[in-house]
Design a protein around this ligand. Structure first.
Ligand code: CP
Length: 316
């Protein structure tokens, strides 16, 4: 697949905000072709042969880090998973010094997850490598939103006009922010469903409708996207108890009945079963596409690596 314009301007993927519908659609089309090849078992290619990708994760991850590793390997890259817990970060080395050190090793692609919003963008100004934001603070998680859009598109081919209800802990969710930007760019109608304590202060500027009642927020929805209650980022008092939260905002069959009969259920993972989602919904093979989201994560990340590889500055 060739493109007549830069799909990821600047040679990095730092945020969805700023990407336009044609950029996103081109990435999704390319990812769709990788999804097909992955399912056919045709996974080995040499697009990234001689390239080095470093996974630099300052926060825990299962899906994102592993799928970048698989995606990079399938494209022929050399992959290094840097263990931050045993690195010189523990001796006080700064983020920028760590990045400069990795840069000096001729790293081509740096995949960064960090607790501080803006950390990957800062690194992108300092290193030669292409930087991919794998989640920064409460800011963005761009590849998650893209893989979510890819998954939705496989079930609802035209994103324009789709009603997508994003439910739960919006305040702490970089996944929600990236999805709002992505879905708005693609013409979907985005609803946020949460208690007032779990909505960000700037919610009115996000171009969404806000609901505090699941039955109203889910009414007629095509897609129900549940989010994890991020207790580790809470200072206390934002939710009464997990049990109480589930009663009002957890997705069970009764609340899902307000959505369209063919509505799909999504969750970026990791899930808190019985807190934001009931197991009978999470594991429902007809309504839940949570496993497919993970599968699409590999294909989408292959597409992102493919696009970024075309603009790498270092020759191999
Ligand atoms: N969805 C997501 O980012 O999952 P991980 O934290 O496991 O990477």
């Amino acid at each position: 697949m060739s493109f007549s314009y830069p799909i990821l301007p600047g040679g990095h993927l730092l945020a969805i905000e700023g990407l336009e519908a044609p950029h996103i659609a081109a990435l999704l089309d390319l990812a769709e072709s990788y999804a097909l090849l992955n399912r056919q078992g045709k996974t080995q290619r040499d697009l990234l042969k001689g390239r080095t990708l470093i996974n630099l994760f300052f926060e825990d991850s299962t899906r994102t880090r592993t799928s970048f590793e698989i995606a990079g390997k399938r494209l022929g890259a050399d992959i290094v998973n840097m263990s931050v817990s045993t690195s010189s970060v523990n001796k006080g080395e700064t983020l920028l010094d760590t990045a400069s050190t990795l840069n000096a090793m001729n790293t081509d692609i740096l995949v960064v997850r960090h607790a501080q919003s803006g950390a990957p963008a800062l690194l992108a100004q300092k290193v030669q490598a292409a930087v991919i934001n794998a989640g920064d603070g409460t800011h963005e998680h761009p590849t998650q939103a893209l893989l979510d859009a890819l998954t939705i598109r496989r079930h609802k081919p035209d994103l324009r006009g789709l009603i997508v209800a994003i439910c739960g802990d919006i305040t702490h969710s970089r996944v929600a922010r990236s999805n709002i930007h992505c879905l708005n760019a693609m013409g979907a109608e985005v609803r946020l469903v949460a208690p007032p304590t779990l909505l960000p202060a700037d919610v009115t500027r996000l171009g969404v409708q806000v609901f505090h009642d699941m039955t109203k927020g889910l009414a007629g929805a095509d897609v129900v996207m549940m989010l994890r209650l991020q207790k580790e980022r809470m200072s206390g008092g934002q939710v009464p108890s997990a049990r109480e939260f589930f009663r009002f905002f957890g997705l069970d069959r009764e609340k899902l009945a307000y959505a369209k009969p063919d509505a799909i259920v999504m969750h970026p993972g990791p899930m808190n079963r019985g807190v934001e989602i009931d197991s009978s919904i999470a594991d429902d093979p007809v309504r839940s596409v949570i496993g497919e989201q993970v599968e699409m994560g590999v294909a989408l990340r292959m597409a992102v690596l493919d696009v970024l590889a075309r603009g790498l500055r270092r020759n191999v």
